[in-house]
Design a protein around this ligand. Structure first.
Ligand code: NAD
Length: 487
């Protein structure tokens, strides 16, 4: 047998390394080399099979965070920002591959937004009050171990954003992520832990489950070591954590209406609404879900939407599509049939949805629009798909009345395009939402092209609003009687 030369061995090694690198780059598109515990062969840190073990590990992490200086916490957060920017594309790719929802380029932008605009330790501010009786200090203390439930729609974005805020506040976190996005969510958990290690923090700072279930969520909700529950998801899960008997932050469903009156810049409104509605294929809970347009500008608005990648379907086609994207299930409580979104259609491209009713279009079509009556399910249901119904209204009274009804009292998000400050104020006041965006795409409301910090946990039901580090703290008062007033 012929001997292999040193040069040939070197060549072989180079080839194997190169193959390995290529494989690790192609794992996501091949869809085979990732799981809830590893990515491209790298084992994730902080993933457990038993919720009790996960909570115990988070308890150890909490002790480490408590012992840490604020400066060190900030160093870890800064390392999380850096790694998130660096690996945004991987997480975007993984998110789309695993969940089959959303758009890679938008998911990448969402991760960069989280890295850039999630507040860190600067959000924690102590208050001091002095007077004749001395000094009283109020500090924002951690809760301890936070239990967090995260959605499939912004999986890694929510895990990273929650982790940054919760760690900045001095907590550790145990996640029970959505099972449909478990690999992407656990990639993010691992990223936070890698950042911690790189910045000299504990190896395990945040933890998650390899197979999260309703049962593991229940253990989390009832475990005595969990001091705060933070839930980002639909109405069912928010209801469940709010009835847990623990302090809970609930970030629930929305159905954001948009009003366009006849003073609006219609060219801008048409573009802004389509841009916002189609961002990540309408997955964000803040995205435009239905439009109420004054009858005297409705056709112009539609024509501007058509110039910006919208495709108009007839009412017969809308009814046919509604039968596909919404399915009827029996309500467990009432026993009655109710409509719910078809998970196979959530976050899908407009072209894929149109194909289901036999319409073939290219990817230049990013949104399906239709004229609809107020009662149409496209108006009433939170679809989370690039489908936008437009309801004609005769004046601002009708617009506000219907838009408030379509929001269903979620008090989540609403939008308006107008130059009439009275109309803007009236709608903002009537709809009582946590976010109200004027004359911009919806994502301006979470700091993308609008002022203010970002979050992917918008807590309407429990009132924290756009959560940040301070939302995950409890106030503690420390009193020094008769001293330390130095003036
Ligand atoms: P979902 O409600 O299906 O799931 C959320 C999480 O809750 C998952 O981890 C799921 O496994 C779990 N879960 C569901 N029911 C549960 C129960 N009874 N007990 C314990 N755990 C339970 O949400 P999704 O489809 O991933 O996300 C979409 C929904 O979340 C939409 O309604 C959207 O508006 C909302 N959302 C809100 C915000 C916000 O900030 N307010 C952000 C993102 C998503």
């Amino acid at each position: 047998m012929a001997e292999i030369s040193k040069a040939e061995i070197e060549q072989l090694v180079k080839q194997i390394v190169s193959n390995l690198e290529n494989n690790s780059n192609s794992v996501v598109s091949s869809g085979s080399s990732y799981s809830s515990t590893q990515y491209g062969g790298r084992q994730f840190i902080g993933i457990y099979s038993d919720m009790n073990d996960a909570i115990a590990a988070a308890g150890v992490a909490y002790k480490a965070v408590r012992a840490m200086s604020v400066e060190k916490r900030e160093r870890i957060i800064s390392a999380i920002r850096d790694l998130t920017r660096k690996e945004a594309e991987i997480m975007a790719d993984l998110g789309v591959t695993e969940t089959k929802m959303g758009k890679r380029e938008h998911k990448k932008l969402k991760h960069i937004l989280v890295a850039d605009k999630t507040p860190g330790t600067e959000d924690i501010v102590s208050e001091a009050r002095t007077g004749d009786d001395g000094l009283t200090l109020v500090e924002m203390a951690p809760f301890g171990v936070v239990g967090a439930i995260t959605p499939s729609t912004n999986p890694s974005e929510t895990v990273i954003c929650n982790s940054m805020g919760m760690i900045a506040a001095g907590n550790s976190v145990v996640f029970n992520p959505h099972p449909g996005a478990i690999c992407t969510s656990n990639y993010a958990v691992d990223l936070v832990n890698r950042a911690s290690r790189a910045a000299g923090g504990p190896d395990i700072l945040v933890v998650s489950m390899d197979k999260p279930t309703m049962d593991s969520a229940k253990i989390m909700q009832t475990h005595p070591a969990i001091r705060l529950l933070v839930c980002t998801g639909g109405p069912g899960v928010v209801r469940s954590v709010l009835s847990s008997g623990k302090k809970a932050i609930g970030a629930g469903a929305g159905n954001p209406p948009v009003i366009v009156d006849d003073t609006a810049d219609i060219v801008k409104a048409g573009k802004d609404i389509i841009d916002g509605c189609t961002f990540d294929n309408n997955l964000p809970c803040i995205a435009e879900k239905e439009v109420f347009a004054f009858n005297n500008i409705k056709d112009r608005l539609i024509s501007e939407m058509l110039k910006n990648g919208a495709y108009m379907i007839s009412s017969a086609q809308a009814d046919a599509l509604a039968k596909i994207v919404l399915v009827e299930v029996t309500d467990k409580k009432t026993g009655k049939l109710k409509k719910t979104v078809n998970r196979e259609c959530v976050g899908r491209d407009a072209a894929v949805l149109l194909d289901k009713i036999g319409v073939k279009v290219g990817n230049e079509v990013r949104c399906i629009i239709c004229e609809a009556a107020f009662e149409h399910p496209f108006v009433q249901e939170e679809l989370m798909m690039p489908i936008l119904p437009i309801v004609g209204v005769s004046d601002i009274d009708e617009a506000i009345d219907l838009a408030v009804k379509a929001e269903h009292g979620n008090r989540h998000t609403a939008h308006m395009h107008s130059k009439n400050i009275d109309n803007l104020s009236r709608f903002a006041s009537a709809v009582e939402t946590t976010i109200f965006v004027k004359n911009a795409p919806s994502y301006a409301g979470i700091g993308f092209g609008g002022e203010g910090h970002t979050t992917f946990t918008i807590a309407g039901p429990t009132g924290e609003g756009l959560t940040s580090a301070r939302s995950f703290t409890r106030k503690r008062r420390c009193v020094m009687a008769d001293s330390f007033r130095i003036i």
